[in-house]
Design a protein around this ligand. Sequence first.
Ligand SMILES: Cc1cc2nc3c(=O)[nH]c(=O)nc-3n(C[C@H](O)[C@H](O)[C@H](O)COP(=O)(O)OP(=O)(O)OC[C@H]3O[C@@H](n4cnc5c(N)ncnc54)[C@H](O)[C@@H]3O)c2cc1C
Length: 496
Amino acid sequence: MLPSSSDVVIVGAGNAAFCAAHAAAEHGVSVLVLERAPEEESGGNSRFTAGAFRCVYDGVDDLRALMPDLTDEEVANTDFGTYTKDKFFDDMGRVTEYRTDPDLCELLITRSKDTMRWMQKKGIRFIPIYGRQAYKIDGKFKFWGGLTVEAWGGGPGLVEAHTKIAKKNGVTVAYNARALSLLADDDGVHGVRVKHDGRTVEVRAKCVVLAAGGFQANTEMRTRYLGPTWELAKIRGTRFNTGDAIRMALDIGAMPTGNWSGCHAVGWDRNAPEFGDLAVGDNFQKHSYPWGIMINANGERFVDEGADFRNYTYAKYGRAVLAQPGGYAWQVFDAQVLPLLRDEYKMRGATKVRADSLEELVDKMQDVNPAGFLKTIRAYNAAVKRDVKFDPNIKDGKATVGLALDKSNWANTMETPPFEAYSVGCGITFTFGGVKIDPSAHVLDIEDQPIPGLFAAGELVGGLFYFNYPGSAGLMAGAVFGRIAGRGAGEFALAR
Ligand SMILES: Cc1cc2nc3c(=O)[nH]c(=O)nc-3n(C[C@H](O)[C@H](O)[C@H](O)COP(=O)(O)OP(=O)(O)OC[C@H]3O[C@@H](n4cnc5c(N)ncnc54)[C@H](O)[C@@H]3O)c2cc1C
């Protein structure tokens, strides 16, 4: 049975929602989490993730505080470097082309370290991302790209830990409970209309936190806001983020903001299913393209695969793939880099071909112009700076010179058999447009005034990300703003 009232109601049960629930519960108020999905599919996109968090750390001592399990041997064998506030600011500015909302961006960055410690103290365990974010060169791992920490057990582990903590704190979690609309009047928000186990009921609340994700799983909204062909993209994560909470907020006069035509989208196995598959998680992605080249149906390259570490390019290259003829591309690698391919390339059922010559390879691809492909590779090989050493841990400057579209780093020649090629389409992760919040995570109305009793956090908040995204800022943003929203909701509920 769903309670007929709760001090705080939280819509959604992903990372942002649970951080809000933990923070609200600190105020001793009653908290109800409404999850649209059945329990076995619960946890939103957060459950599909690797659990990686982009957070500030000023040295190994910060990491040891966050990950007390780090051994002396690991510390001795690893160059963790630092990820300072300044670096995080640089990354957010650069990838969003300086459009990011300065207030939200500052909160995301300056609260990241403290929020991670808060989560850890609540009972979430973190570990270093060896393998994906650090390669062992000359006996030592070196982390790169500002990304060092992940939740133990990845996304599933993160959601499981969140759920346990919430229940321990007396939070009620209701599954199969889809929020339909907000109960609101001139004094603000007073609850939620919910469809629970097929029946529509009202739950009264002193305040509501919306944390129900973006609109990426809604074909109509995707096409309306992102544009033509976006109905053809595959959904990387949950099928339940259909923009419900954004619509609910807009219906009562919330201000839309941010990059409504923008989204996070990646190269994703071309034959992946329509929606994410929890048994596969994020393994349909293909993120090792910086070590090879990407070609389209004409056999032509269309992006600088080595423009930056993959953390700073992958979220915009899905859009580039969708824009190619037929909406697909092939990632091509030769034997020199095959050992470096991420685990996801070893997934059974990956759309893959392998051959001992480039001619045979393109023949197996079947849907790529062979003459165009061979011409591209010949020109590419001739343009590679052969005298520069390849190093995957740094932007090595091993570039091509003189091509219409050069590759800026990691440009190995494509000449050592065997060759492998992997076919990708576009997989959308989440949408960037959403509702406007103030720095206390209160939702603002169309006059820029807080809507009393309405807070928001996570994917459905607009203004942070434009065009692109620094890898793993999503969970961090959900945690920082979820915590702020939950704290604000707890205080609001006590005062109302
Ligand atoms: C494959 C994949 C890998 C990723 N890897 C990473 C990573 O490693 N690091 C990172 O930072 N980010 C990653 N991301 C992005 C990350 O998942 C999101 O940024 C983050 O999880 C968003 O959290 P959230 O709480 O806002 O939304 P979600 O976790 O999606 O939660 C939304 C919740 O709302 C519920 N809901 C929806 N509608 C309703 C309704 N009407 N009523 C009630 N409940 C509703 C959903 O069921 C869900 O529980 C990845 C995403 C995917 C898909």
